[in-house]
Design a protein around this ligand. Structure first.
Ligand code: ANZ
Length: 829
């Protein structure tokens, strides 16, 4: 007969599924619900192997919950604004729109064959005006609340892409994540979202996700927010009216502050330099220029030789009235704390290096003991600052206190004198959301002739992007939209005044920060999403995607979720209850890329092996969190397994056993094996042990094959029962093969909606047991008895044993202890 033919099977079922649309989620359903979401793709070309993996795992979970009787929402959309479309447009002269939507069409076609169980009725593309209109709505809501604002500031500037970058888009080596160019600083007026207002909640709420998100991701988020507790201390600067605040985590060391350091690129440094001697001013200018060539990362490298200039000013230490010199140095960052520090060289290594280089005084105020119990050597001579805990000295009222007490006392003293207070600082900066590029959401703000701003009316949304035709999309530091003069100028019908549209577009992370909500109301043109549906479906039960989004995307989504909660649209504050980060697909240990020439093409793998074999291979390769090396896996092996599984159903079909017959009389051993699989699979899937589930399916297929060929035969009800269990569980990984098996077993499509058979635990009980019989502490016999044996039956069987009777002989039985079904213990005299 015909064998397993994946192409024929794909062609058989695709049109049936197209017709059935089995995965459209039902908003009205009363069933328990699960929202399973995969991070949506960027349409940069066809799908790649990374997509294959990510969407395979997300789909396993979506299909699993459906099989467990849940109403599952598993939508798909495209993150379709962004630079690659624009760069392709510039390079090849194509319209970004055309490029984007052609790629989306290609990815849709590939998805159709790959067959993740998406609800295709809710598709969204962020570059559709129907979508980005609601980005604009969100922006206006935030503007109204003071959470969107504009300010001039130093920004990260990518000189190749000619665009600003968020801090998160600058790599550790100071280059742009996008272009690879060395990022420089540039002062520009930009739009920001006030994420720093949410720093505490974003940090504290991570605790709720413990155990449900990878620990690594939680820690990355924590470090990114970077909360530091300490104090703000105000220093008077001679000849300056306003006091200068500094942030310190060690207010206890105030008596050891022997100089002050200001960030060269801060407003304060510029002001102080302006009042300095002409020579100091010139030195400062040169130093500032040098500083601006450094990346933030370089500046934070503690090992670097210290540099700096004296600013020709003195500050006054608020606790002891001491005059201390004010310097500028690049190790102090302008946008952390207050951009100025009190330097305590004895107890901070960077300050010590600076003090030793410029011959500034070092004063020990904490007596820190070494392991031998002796005071550590004087930092001024050892060159090593003593940062640990110790007893305060040379510090007036703090003398004799330990670090923690001294910190508390110092804050008390500062507060009493009105020169300082407890304070918290964060590494997190406000989110810079404006981009001087074309292919994004226009910012819905109008600018008046005198610089005043006004929001576009909500009912005038969307502010649609003008056609790209005639616009120079090449990056140049100002948005191409500014040149779309007809689009940009808006005449107020009431006053006749002309207003100009803001030419900037939004960071695409705005688009992806709330897209999960749009899926709930993808076709609703009256609101961004229906709060009622958000109550029903939200928050997302299972989110799946790459660890490259561990910080940015997840942090921004969490932030916007909290904002929408505060605005009264959501009743939850964390968007993603559980997170699965899949590993990467590698080849020979290396990341795949076109430029390296080691690209495994998804399209050709799909063509040559089919969706099922690809998906089984990805799931079987190892724990989903681990990287998969394509050189180490066998797609052929997966195909062979699928053929073996399929033949089990084929044999059942040929044996002519009718559907719906009771399994009760079936082969016991096989039934037990089947039910053990049914009992274990749910826990394994929920713990993301997909590879183990596939291994168990392989085992089940082998055991069933044996039963067919050299056991009970294909007509036995236990074989059908096993084949059905295999089809249902296999449908998580290999939807086509499973569907075909399901049909061969006489069922209607689709196996994807079939409920999982529940495990009959009574079948799992060991049905025969070995009972030990002891006489006076010695084992005299081992009896095989039914597991359900009673105490009386056990004792009778023990007494009847020939071996036992021989051991007792003429002696008298004085005591019998029965512990069913394990042991009978007889004592004699
Ligand atoms: C005095 C002091 C004494 C400090 C001491 C440390 C140890 P984290 O923990 O990262 O928050 N600092 C403050 N603002 C800074 C800026 N803009 N650029 C560079 N450094 C800055 O670090 C807080 C400490 O970093 C602050 O506490 C300050 O130095 C420095 F024994 O103040 B400390």
């Amino acid at each position: 007969g015909e064998g397993y033919d994946f192409r024929a099977i794909q062609e058989r079922w695709l049109p049936v599924w197209d017709e059935l649309k089995p995965f459209e989620a039902d908003d009205a359903s009363q069933k328990p619900r699960k929202y399973v979401l995969d991070m949506f793709p960027y349409p940069s070309g066809d799908l790649h192997m990374g997509h294959a993996e990510a969407f395979c795992f997300g789909d396993v979970l979506a299909r699993y919950w459906r099989g467990r009787g849940y109403d599952v929402l598993h939508p798909i959309g495209w993150d379709s604004f962004g630079l690659p479309a624009e760069n392709a447009a510039i390079k090849r002269g194509v319209d970004p729109r055309e490029w984007t939507y052609a790629n989306i069409d290609q990815q849709k076609a590939s998805f159709r064959t790959y067959a993740p169980s998406f609800d295709w009725s809710r598709v969204l593309h962020t570059s559709d005006p129907e979508y980005y209109r609601w980005n604009q709505w969100l922006f206006l809501k935030m503007y109204e609340k003071g959470l969107a604002y504009r300010k001039a500031s130093w920004v990260n500037w990518d000189p190749v892409d000619q665009t600003v970058l968020a801090n998160e888009q600058v790599l550790a080596d100071g280059t742009s994540e996008r272009s690879g160019a060395v990022v420089v600083k540039k002062k520009l007026t930009q739009w920001y979202f006030r994420i720093t207002d949410y720093a505490d909640r974003l940090l504290d709420d991570l605790d709720q996700l413990e155990g449900k998100w990878p620990t690594k991701v939680l820690n990355m988020q924590r470090n990114w927010i970077g909360r530091s507790r300490g104090a703000e201390v105000e220093f008077e600067i001679e000849g300056r009216a306003e006091k200068v605040p500094v942030f310190t985590t060690r207010p206890d060391t105030l008596h050891g502050a022997t100089f002050m350091v200001v960030a060269p690129d801060s407003d304060l440094a510029a002001e102080l330099a302006a009042g300095a001697s002409p020579e100091a001013r010139m030195q400062f200018q040169a130093y500032l220029e040098q500083t601006q060539k450094q990346t933030e990362i370089e500046r934070q490298n503690a090992d670097r030789e210290k540099t700096g200039v004296f600013l020709d000013h003195f500050a006054v230490n608020p606790v002891n009235g001491e005059r201390i010199p004010v310097w500028a140095s690049d190790y102090v960052l302008a946008d952390y704390g207050h951009g100025a520090i009190m330097a305590v060289p004895a107890h901070d290594q960077r300050d010590l290096d600076f003090a030793l280089k410029f011959e500034l005084p070092v004063r020990v105020v904490v007596d820190v003991k070494g392991e031998d119990g002796e005071s550590l050597p004087d930092p001024a001579s050892s060159g090593v600052a003593t940062a640990g805990d110790g007893v305060l000295i040379n510090s007036a009222e703090l003398d004799g206190l330990g670090k923690a007490d001294a910190i508390a006392k110092a804050i008390e003293v500062l507060e009493a004198r009105g020169t300082g207070r407890a304070a918290t600082t964060y590494r997190l900066r406000d989110w810079l959301i404006s981009r001087q590029r074309y292919w994004g959401t226009p910012i819905p703000i109008l600018h008046g002739a005198d610089g005043e701003m006004r929001p576009v009316a909500v009912d005038a949304l969307p502010v649609e992007l003008p056609a790209s035709e005639g616009l120079d999309l090449k990056p140049k530091g100002s948005s191409p939209l500014g040149a779309a003069t007809e689009w940009a100028s808006v005449v107020d019908p009431e006053t006749g005044e002309t207003w100009t549209r803001d030419p900037d577009t939004m960071d695409t992370f705005v688009d992806s920060s709330w897209y999960y909500l749009r899926f709930l109301s993808a076709n609703d043109d009256t609101q961004a999403f229906d709060p009622e549906l958000a109550r029903k479906w939200g928050p997302i039960d299972q989110y799946a995607g790459g660890v490259e989004h561990a910080i940015l995307h997840l942090l921004y989504s969490r932030f916007i979720t909290k904002v929408l909660h505060d605005l009264g649209y959501l009743d939850f504050e964390e968007p993603f209850t559980a997170l699965l980060n899949q590993g990467m697909v590698l080849l020979d240990g290396a990341k795949m890329s076109k430029s390296k020439g080691n690209l495994v093409e998804f399209a050709s793998e799909l063509r040559d092996h089919g969706a099922d074999a690809l998906r089984v291979t990805l799931a079987f390769a190892g724990p989903p969190e681990d990287d998969i090396d394509w050189a180490d896996v066998s797609v052929q092996g997966s195909a062979k397994f699928l053929a073996r599984a399929w033949r089990v159903a084929d044999d059942v079909e040929r044996a002519g056993a009718a559907v719906g017959t009771s399994f009760a009389g079936g082969d016991k051993a096989l039934r037990k094996h089947t039910h053990q699989l049914l009992a274990d699979a749910p826990g394994l899937v929920e713990a993301y042990k997909f590879n183990v589930v596939v291994a168990r399916l392989m085992d089940q297929v082998n055991v069933t094959r044996k039963a067919i060929d050299s056991g009970c035969g294909a007509a036995d009800p236990a074989v059908r029962e096993s084949a059905e269990a295999i089809a249902v569980i296999l449908s998580l990984f290999a939807p086509y093969a499973a569907e075909d098996m399901w049909a061969k077993l006489g069922h209607e499509p689709t196996v994807a909606l079939a409920e999982w058979p529940s495990a009959d635990t009574s079948l799992l009980v060991e049905d025969e047991v070995t009972m030990v019989v002891q006489v006076d502490g010695k084992v005299r016999d081992r009896l095989t008895l039914p597991a359900s044996v009673t105490a009386e039956e056990a004792e009778a069987a023990a007494r009847a044993s020939a071996g036992v009777q021989r051991a007792i002989g003429e002696r008298e039985i004085v005591n019998v202890v029965v512990r069913v079904p394990k042991i009978v213990s007889i004592a004699t005299r």
